[in-house]
Design a protein. Structure first.
Length: 198
């Protein structure tokens, strides 16, 4: 009787563990950046500077520096390229379990190989619903690094002035994927103060 009762308890325990494992698999992967932001004014700042040696070994790359501010209202990006003044991008982003796919499930950016990430729509202006391009963010689970993927073209502004003109910037193959590291928030503050979100 005791052995039979013990077997039943063990079978019930195994069944419960299997059920919990199935629930855990069914739950969507958590947004790793949202938990790091406690208010609408909080931000995470990321940066990458490319040295002369890297640029010499990648002659097709124009980007010398990229800075990204991640906030609840929008992502702001500063793109510095050779012999050009800085360009700025503002995008509205949302965490998605099947990021970077169209309605048929095809990948929008071939280099993005993960399932989950942030889908980002580049804004033409804060008051416009017009889309100015597409980007994806693939953050590390601890939020210390993230990979930025930008489509072939994006709407940019050529200064931090709110009245600066915008235009479509075409990006070469070597200027579309960037591995960024978290840095001091002061690096992103000028963009956050000047560039309005949606």
């Amino acid at each position: 009787m005791t052995v039979r009762h013990g077997c039943r308890r063990m079978i019930a325990g195994v069944a419960m563990l299997l059920a919990l494992a199935a629930i855990a698999q069914a739950e969507p992967a958590a947004d790793p950046l949202g938990r790091l932001l406690t208010s609408k004014s909080d931000s995470l700042c990321y940066r990458r500077d490319y040295d002369a040696a890297h640029l010499a070994s990648h002659p097709g790359q124009l980007t010398e520096r990229i800075v990204l501010s991640f906030r609840q209202d929008a992502v702001r990006i500063e793109l510095r390229q050779k012999s050009r003044k800085p360009r700025y991008i503002v995008a509205s982003c949302a965490w998605a379990e099947h990021a970077g796919r169209d309605v048929q499930g095809k990948r929008l950016i071939a280099a993005f190989r993960n399932d989950s990430g942030f889908d980002c729509i580049v804004m033409v202006s804060p008051s416009s619903a017009e889309e100015g391009g597409y980007a994806l963010l693939d953050p590390a689970p601890d939020g210390r690094m993230l990979k930025l993927f930008i489509d072939e073209a994006a709407t940019v502004r050529d200064s931090l002035d709110k009245n600066a003109p915008t235009f479509m910037l075409n990006l070469g193959r070597e200027d579309r994927v960037f591995q960024l590291t978290r840095t001091s928030g002061g690096v992103c503050k000028p963009m956050e103060d000047a560039l309005e979100g949606p």
